[in-house]
Write a protein that binds this ligand. Sequence first.
Ligand code: ZN
Length: 317
Amino acid sequence: MLRKPGLICAAALGLLTPAAHARDIKVALTFDDLPALSIVNQQAYIDTSNVRLLSGLKRHHFPAIGFVNEGKLDEGERAAQIANLKRWLNAGMDLGNHTLSHESPNTLGAEGYIADIARGEPVLRSLMAQYHQRLSWFRHPYLETGYPAPVKTRINNWLSAHGYRIAPVTIDADDWEFAEPYDDAIARGDTEAQRHIKGEYLAYTEKLIRWSLASSRNLFGRGIAQVMLLHCTRLNADTIDDLAALLGRLHLHPVRLSRAMRDRAYRIPDTYDGKDGINWLERWSLSLHKDLPDTGNEDPPEDIRKAYDRVDTDPGR
Ligand SMILES: [Zn+2]
């Protein structure tokens, strides 16, 4: 039987890869709290999380950006922590600033918060210069952008005067809340709990992605490029193949943050000046006076929330 020549040509040209589908929606994968968010304070554990996550991202040809808390460099062995940041740059990933100490602008005030941003950049800036990269992205801890309005305005003005772009978030599946119980299950050698948490995490992530996709259709009548908030955790390192399969099933195609933000949705000003760290779909919903789906973004399952409260040792994430 003859094979269809058209198909052979398309395959040879790589046109049958998932990237070629017109219905694909772009998504930027962003990982906060580098070098790592973990309740296991062992350098080898943190190193393994970084190595495994990065090799997974590379295996799937996913670009990503990591947001660094320089204050975390001294939570482990400083040289080894810096080596983890270099691993991201060696893998061709971008890095951004996530403040020195992961505090809220609502408690530090504008000047204290700006100092915390500035103190979060020396190592990052010099590392990136070695890789001929320029530090240009900032992610707010807790997505808290400053309250009341003059605090937000002052911080935004400082960021733009110092060459920063704000990294928004449209998909937030509370991965940090699953990640710490997962660390705890590893520390206890409880493989059944690890399996259970992974399953709950992936199911919840799918639900939250579907909510974000539905929300963007409500707001814009189309599937805008998304920005997904994740954290540098063992859980994400161990589920990266499952996350890749999930993104593929939902027709989400990972791109660099700068590429995702070319979507015209990101030209809409963020006018929200409240206290809560809400995502950008929620911010646009307020600016555009359009509703979001009222189901599909509920909290993570109760057993996960209880497990998190039991094991969490640090309010920062
Ligand atoms: Zn964070």
